[in-house]
Design a protein around this ligand. Structure first.
Ligand code: GDP
Ligand code: MG
Length: 370
């Protein structure tokens, strides 16, 4: 069976055949306009152009955030929201995350909370919600700074006995800048001196007018410590998510973002990944940042071994050749050859960058030198 030719592919992606030939040349293959390309070559060309067309950077850096793989509308299904909790220190973020987790852990199934992988998923009346359990808004900020926005909904926690504090304002600013729906959780309503109405007033002044005052922001009064209002908060999240109409294509190869990376003495590099689109399967060849390998072992957030993970699912994987960092993007490929190639290319670029050699070349620069 004959594959697509260079000329045909060029036309499809709106490039000249000469450009396509250049890319393959740079990648080490000589072709002509009539050569037919195999699937790997086609994917590489698309990778190069998804990247090349938007930013002029180093030819060998293959930046998956920029890859445009258009999913067929018919393949899209709804996916769970990814929620981040932010707010001022001591206002109850950790307590809330624990409280949500506890309220949904099936008793005895895994002996309670077994581990902490930086993200978890809960079931709210049959609907899933994914929480990023990263250390506060620093991780969120770091990820955003790296262009990795994975959050669909932000919960701003504000203590009812304290009110808007500097990090509350900061968190609100981040969330507004990210243009994601915000839910305010007014926490510690069990405390003496708690005044939820005063909090609404203060939050309105920084841009979050409550719905009941004619604004757009949903407020939930909770006590994270006593578990009050948690179910209502979770239900609110599912409603907000439904309005946001979040979709993904479980039929494609997975891509997403690293939530955490660490080196485990016994298991080697371990990464917590959030699958944003596609389905990740154990055994998949994968590139994570500049690391690559095959998904060897894949664990769910509750430590159970799983074989596949769809959109918005957090997983912990092993099988990489180095430890990735939070905010790195990952992508699964059909073949190990492709994953290795992309991983090695990205590593080369990283080495160049690390050496501080500011000699990043565009594809055209490089070709002109050959
Ligand atoms: P974080 O810094 O935002 O993660 O805040 P923590 O979750 O660590 O909470 C800070 C302190 O507030 C801890 O001592 C919690 O026990 C307490 N706390 C959190 N939520 C509540 C609540 O709903 N009611 C009361 N009374 N105390 C709370
Ligand atoms: Mg905390």
């Amino acid at each position: 069976e004959e594959g697509i030719t260079v000329g045909e592919l060029a036309e499809k992606i709106g490039q000249t055949p000469a450009n396509v030939i250049k890319v393959l040349f740079v990648l080490g293959t000589m072709v002509t306009i009539n050569s037919s390309l195999d699937d790997e070559q086609v994917e590489l060309i698309c990778l190069e152009y998804g990247y090349e067309t938007k930013k002029k950077v180093v030819v060998s850096e293959i930046n998956f955030e920029e890859i445009e793989i258009v999913d067929d509308e018919a393949d899209l299904t709804s996916r769970p929201p990814v929620v981040t909790i932010m707010g001022h220190v001591d206002h109850g973020k950790t307590t809330l995350l624990d409280s949500i987790r506890k309220s949904k852990v099936v008793d005895g199934e895994f002996g309670g909370i077994t581990q902490h992988i930086g993200a978890y998923q809960v079931d709210v009346n049959g609907k899933k919600v994914t929480f990023l359990d990263t250390p506060g808004h620093e991780a969120f900020t770091a990820m955003r700074a790296r262009g990795a926005q994975v959050t669909d909904i932000v919960i701003i926690v504000v203590a009812a006995d304290d009110g808007v504090m500097p990090q509350t304002k900061e968190a609100v600013d981040h969330a507004l800048a990210a243009r994601v729906p915000i839910v305010v959780a007014v926490n510690k309503i069990d405390k003496e001196g708690a005044d939820p109405e005063r909090i609404k007033g203060e939050m309105s002044e920084i841009g979050l007018m409550p719905e009941e005052w004619g604004g757009e922001t949903i407020y939930c009064n909770i006590s994270a410590k006593q578990g009050t209002g948690i179910d209502e908060l979770l239900e609110t999240l599912t409603v907000v998510a439904e309005l946001a109409d979040l979709k993904a294509n479980p039929k494609r190869y997975a891509y997403g973002t690293v939530v955490e990376g660490r080196l485990d003495k016994g298991r080697g590099p371990v990464a917590t990944l959030l699958v944003e689109n596609g389905t990740l399967r154990s055994g998949d060849p994968i590139v994570v940042g500049t690391a690559f390998g095959r998904v060897r072992q894949m664990l769910s957030d509750n430590g159970r071994e799983i074989k596949h993970a769809g959109p918005s699912t957090p997983v912990e994987i092993t099988g990489l050749n180095e430890v990735p960092v939070a905010g790195d993007k990952f992508m699964a490929f059909e073949t190990e050859k492709m994953a290795r190639h992309v991983g090695e290319e990205r590593q080369k670029v990283k080495q160049v960058k690390d050496r501080g050699m500011n000699s990043a070349m565009s594809l055209d620069d490089l070709f002109n030198q050959i």
